[in-house]
Design a protein around this ligand. Structure first.
Ligand SMILES: [Zn+2]
Length: 360
């Protein structure tokens, strides 16, 4: 995939903008500004879930919601010790095993403050081969007292994310960054809006492009927004584990690869009629797509979307990702392109009479 200059700039900017769960608004404003020229309305709700609406060609049409989540994992300050070291709480599923020896950007009262997670040298560390407990972690702000830390504008509850920004790996098509989960899917929904606009496509359904908050702590923003929007169908875009790096048993985790397209989830939460139409759109347009299965719910926003009110035909289209919830999350831009093209093809295929629910 070759990104346009404008898209590439937006992607870099939104990846460089921290959005720890509960503090998503800086990134939300960037996203809303980018998608605005390609859509008819932009809004956000009380907790910051942000959405843009593209109206259907005719009034009275059904609504499709495309959802990605805006928030990312991180840490929040739990306790500032008298000696100036700071203990943290995990925000979402941060991996403590890789949390030492990192740089973290905290959002303090007076702006950004950089801290480092201490890493006692291997030579003098007890249990040097064991992962630390969360409460063993500490952040060093270069301060010798609690007062010094507080004078930087830091207080209990302030949140931070790793400093690691975007990197195209050796000029190839693999993008590395923290928070590709799920910022890259918010990029996909925005690029779908742009593609529809540039190709002069006015869909037969209303399209709601949603960037919801607080997924990493229980898919909360998506539940609020689905309740509000009342869509007739929804596609949730999130990341899934690519299993093509060493040490992963495909018999246990399935076979999902970078560069082979988006990954459609097959399971009870993912409506078979919607899945069938997505598979048809992929087949008819020669767009690569993979499959994975989930025996129960999906672990994504789909779990909240599909059971909203009386039930919403929904499914999960995932972007394959290596090293999820680490500072080196890795995705392939060809998969980003495949997801964009698949969603555009699916939207083009919609007619006002379509109804994905089951009938007797
Ligand atoms: Zn996610």
């Amino acid at each position: 995939m070759n990104l346009t200059e404008e898209a590439s700039e937006f992607l870099t900017q939104i990846l460089d903008t921290p959005a720890p769960t509960g503090l998503e608004m800086d990134a939300q404003r960037l996203w809303a500004a980018y998608i605005a020229p390609f859509t008819d309305e932009q809004h956000c709700d009380a907790y910051g879930s942000t959405w843009a609406v593209l109206h259907a060609a005719e009034p009275g049409a059904p609504t499709l919601m495309l959802d990605a989540h805006a928030d990312e994992i991180g840490f929040s300050i739990r306790h500032i010790e008298d000696n100036g070291f700071v203990r943290v709480e995990r925000l979402g599923g941060s991996d403590v095993a890789i949390a030492r020896g990192r740089r973290i950007r905290f959002q303090g009262t007076d702006g950004e403050v950089i801290g480092i997670t201490g890493n006692t040298a291997i030579h003098i560390r007890e249990d040097s081969d064991k992962a630390p407990k969360l409460w063993d972690l500490y952040v060093d702000f270069g301060c010798d007292s609690r007062q010094e830390v507080e004078s930087l504008g830091l207080r209990v509850g302030d949140r931070g994310v790793y400093c690691d920004g975007p990197l195209m790996l050796n000029g190839g098509k693999r993008l590395v960054c923290r928070a590709l989960d799920d910022r890259l899917c918010g990029f996909i929904t925005a690029e779908v809006a742009r593609a529809l606009s540039e190709r002069g496509i006015r869909p037969a359904w209303n399209i709601v492009f949603a960037n919801t908050v607080q997924e990493e702590v229980g898919c909360i923003g998506a539940a609020m927004l689905t309740y509000r929007i009342r869509p007739q169908a929804a596609i949730c875009l999130d990341v899934t584990h690519a299993t093509d790096s060493p040490g992963l048993d495909k018999g246990r985790y399935g076979d999902v690869r970078l560069g082979k397209g988006g990954c459609l989830c097959i399971g009870p939460a993912c409506h078979p009629n919607l899945n069938a139409r997505l598979e048809l759109a992929a087949l008819e347009n020669g767009i690569p797509m993979q499959r994975e299965t989930s025996g129960r719910t999906t672990g994504t926003n789909t779990d909240q979307i599909f059971r909203s009110r009386a039930g919403v035909p929904a499914t999960n289209l995932s972007l394959p990702l290596r090293y999820m919830h680490s500072p080196v999350e890795t995705a392939d831009l060809d998969d980003v392109q495949a997801c964009i093209e698949l969603l555009v093809a699916f939207i083009r295929s919609l007619s006002p009479e379509d109804d994905f629910g089951h009938k007797l």
